[in-house]
Design a protein around this ligand. Structure first.
Ligand code: ATP
Ligand code: MG
Length: 464
């Protein structure tokens, strides 16, 4: 890893934060411990001096009547007993002259300034008034050498410094190692993501199934990849189907042209072949237009500005446009259109929906049949367009598939001989979806089909 990348890595940053946190806690804990020990030891020395003060006071009152020698004997013995601590006592008269002091007191400092307990150089000193006595002692000073205690503290200091240095060395290493454990799976995900190819739609990130944050991230990305794969798959199928559908009219045009060139023909024959070519070109044009419309409807879902569209007018015009076709096929076309049903959307797309539904109703209804177009604004604030016919119907197994691109039920082709491209209803569904609406198909084979479109009203009728 390059140095710049290493310093930016999560692993490095976790290691640094972890080290800083461990170091701060460790230093605070060790310094706190050292101060507590220091305070405890000093407190113990002070307690001992206070108790010794009481004891010296007792010696003065009890042995005082026997004279200074008896007092000195007793205190001298005590001082000898505490020789290693250089314990001393000094008895002072009212006029600040020393009445008596233990041998070790000669080199020790005197009490200075305020406060009964003081530290002077290497000594801890305690001064207090003497109890009433017969040897003329007004005050007494006691002291003990602090060097052993300071040695203990120095040893503790050395341990504290050693432990702190060890912590400072170990914390980054441990932090780096722990951060490595934590980010190991992230590295695996990154490596797998880097290996993924757009051509392999089934590749996914590893999920360990432990349900942690990384698993949730991998799961979310995988679901996104699922949706992208479905989308690409759909596009591939669409392209393959479109190419397949285009082949038929192109092949027909080509064979008509080849037939016309194969031999000398009469003008009538040429005319017939050219008419055939024009007819095939027209179906080619219809197909290309529908493919374009479909891709435009998908692409412009968010881009095309929405206007308030008079859906009643759109549907009425579509019905009027198909009246001629209905008449020529001897189908009764009824319209029941509530006026002023307004929806928000793209007018030319909504025109396409109405046209496709009426076209199907007429195309898949045999002569003498009926088709009804009804448009109402419902109480629930929707525009409901229903196109019902008394035609050949759709097999129940095919009903869910009629919105698939290029789907044509065999039944329809066999019975009516009306070859469509199979894009009409999928165009309707794409447009209706883009308008936040819904489309449903209900059908009974042999007795008819009902297509129902629901779109949100631009202005609810109850408030209009
Ligand atoms: P086109 O792209 O020209 O509309 P199409 O009509 O075949 O072609 P769709 O409108 O998408 O395509 O319809 C898909 C299939 O659903 C039709 O081929 C037909 O089998 C069936 N279908 C649709 N509407 C009806 C209907 N009203 N009655 C019976 N079958 C229908
Ligand atoms: Mg159709």
């Amino acid at each position: 890893m390059k140095p710049a990348r290493f310093f930016r890595s999560i692993r490095f940053r976790i290691a640094v934060w972890c080290s800083l946190a461990v170091a701060a806690v460790a230093i605070a804990a060790l310094v706190g411990l050292r101060q507590t020990i220091r305070w405890t030891l000093t407190h113990e020395v002070d307690q001992a001096l206070l108790e010794d003060g009481d004891e010296v006071g007792l010696v003065l009152t009890e042995l005082g009547p026997e004279g200074l020698e008896a007092v000195a004997d007793e205190l001298g013995r005590k001082a000898t007993g505490h020789r290693q601590h250089r314990w001393f006592v000094r008895l002072i008269a009212d006029d600040d002259t020393i009445v008596w002091q233990s041998a070790s007191a000669a080199d020790s400092p005197a009490l200075a300034g305020d406060g009964p307990l003081q530290t002077s150089g290497e000594y801890r000193l305690y001064g207090t008034d003497a109890p009433t006595n017969r040897v003329g002692v007004a005050r007494m000073e006691l002291g003990a050498w602090l060097a052993p205690l300071q040695d203990d503290l120095k040893r503790i200091d050395r341990t504290v410094v050693g432990a702190t240095v060890l912590m400072l060395l170990l914390a980054p290493l441990c932090g780096y190692w722990l951060a490595g454990l934590a980010t190991r799976d992230l590295a695996a995900i990154t490596a797998q993501a880097a290996r993924m190819r757009p051509s392999k739609l089934d590749e996914r990130l590893p999920e360990r199934g432990v349900g942690d944050e990384l698993d949730r991230l991998a799961h979310t990305v995988n679901r996104l990849l699922d949706r992208i794969a479905d989308f690409i798959e759909e596009k591939r199928n669409f392209l393959a189907n479109a190419a397949h559908e285009l082949r038929t009219p192109i092949a027909a045009i080509r064979s008509s042209a080849e037939v016309s060139l194969a031999a000398d023909r009469t003008v009538g024959e040429y005319r017939e072949l050219l008419e055939q070519i024009i007819e095939d070109s027209e179906s080619l044009e219809v197909l290309v237009n529908q493919v374009l419309l479909l891709s435009e409807a998908v692409a412009s879902q968010d881009a095309t500005p929405r206007n308030t569209v008079d859906f009643s007018q759109v549907v009425s015009r579509a019905v009027d446009m198909f009246r001629g076709v209905a008449e020529s096929r001897q189908i009764e076309l009824h319209a029941n259109i509530q006026p002023q049903v307004q929806v928000r959307g793209v007018r030319q797309h909504l025109v396409q929906v109405a046209n496709n539904l009426i076209d199907n109703a007429l195309k898949y209804t045999p002569e003498g049949g009926q088709a009804t177009v009804e448009l109402v604004a419902t109480e629930s604030g929707e525009a409901r367009l229903e196109v019902v016919d008394s035609g050949i119907g759709i097999d129940p197994a095919d009903v869910p598939r009629v919105f698939e691109r290029f789907f044509r039920a065999d039944r329809a082709r066999q019975r009516c001989g009306q070859g469509g491209t199979g894009l009409g209803l999928s165009i309707c569904q794409t447009i209706v979806d883009a308008h936040d609406g819904s489309i449903e198909c209900r059908s009974t084979p042999g007795s008819g089909t009902q297509l129902e479109v629901r779109l949100p009203l631009a202005v609810p009728t109850n408030s209009a």
